[in-house]
Write a protein that binds this ligand. Structure first.
Ligand SMILES: [Zn+2]
Length: 290
């Protein structure tokens, strides 16, 4: 079967992947799938689509859900390798069940088959030639690459660590936990890309907000695709990214504003500790984005 061209948006949480997914989805022949990994997760039953419907009632996903719901092991959640495995490329993947136990090889095959089925369905349904998967799961991307089922185009989305700390804090997370994930997730993206012999397209969130169209055009060109082939850009077309994020239940944002609240809301200590722990990596990633 023909491989699917899939743009994987990777990076730390709270980095703006939803916005980027929706902006790429405004091109006529690009289809944003949001965090489509969650389609099969029992954690997310009752998940709402960007169109405002629950997934089983959504005109885009309803058909897939009805056909596949009974085949899917409802407790299959994520494909992960853990931090050390992910950084060092240890080839042992796990599918994690709801009770935290790992699953067997057959479950991994099932996981890959399900991912493929979602991609083929979305392509047929949308007529798109390129799909966007913003599950932000590096292991998923690498596993599907190794199993030969996708042509991955990797976007490494990077947001200033202080902005991420502020966003995470608003959701009640500890500053240390946010910093840990910011550093390890960003390193994991670089390590995985290297193993896949791919140079990721590094995109700064701040750049995306300031120049959205120029940035998405740059991403498509860097992917070896010509934006002119991607038809009309439409902010009116309804998109169908599954997830619970409030932003997804609204239309694609036409005008973006940079959230700079961290500058006034973070304490001197929080800003200092962010830069001490992660400033070196932010500096490096900014250089990569040039
Ligand atoms: Zn929908």
């Amino acid at each position: 079967m023909e491989k699917n061209n899939v743009i994987f948006i990777l990076g730390a949480g709270h980095s703006g992947s939803t916005v980027l997914d929706m902006l790429l989805g405004t091109y006529d022949t690009v289809c944003g799938l949001g965090e489509c990994e969650k389609l099969v997760s029992s954690y997310n039953q009752g998940l709402v689509c960007a169109c405002g419907e629950t997934l089983d009632r959504c005109i885009f996903w309803g058909g897939w859900i009805r056909t596949h719901a009974s085949d899917i092991r409802q407790d299959t959640y994520r494909c992960i390798r853990g931090l050390v495995g992910g950084l060092l490329g240890v080839s042992r993947y796990h599918c994690i069940r709801r009770d935290g136990r790992t699953m067997a090889e057959t479950d991994l095959l099932q996981y890959c088959a399900t991912a493929q089925s979602v991609y083929y369905y979305a392509r047929r349904q949308s007529g798109a030639t390129v799909l966007v998967d913003s599950s932000k799961n590096v292991d998923r991307c690498e596993l599907l690459y190794y199993r030969g089922s996708v042509n991955p185009i990797i976007i490494h989305l990077v947001r200033d660590v202080r902005g991420v700390v502020y966003s995470g804090k608003k959701k009640g997370k500890s500053v240390w936990v946010i910093l840990w994930f910011w550093v390890t997730q960003n390193i994991k993206v670089r390590a995985a890309s290297r193993r896949m012999h791919t140079v990721p397209i590094t995109v700064l969130y701040e750049e995306l907000v300031a120049h959205p169209r120029e940035t998405t055009d740059r991403i498509l060109r860097a992917s070896g695709l010509d934006p002119a082939d991607f038809g009309a850009v439409s902010f009116e077309r309804q998109q169908h990214q599954p997830a619970g994020n409030r932003l997804r239940s609204t239309q694609t944002p036409r005008h973006l504003t940079l959230d700079t609240a961290w500058m006034s809301e973070l304490s001197v200590w929080e800003r200092a500790v962010s830069i001490i722990c992660a400033g070196w990596l932010l500096w490096y990633l900014r250089r990569c984005a040039r």
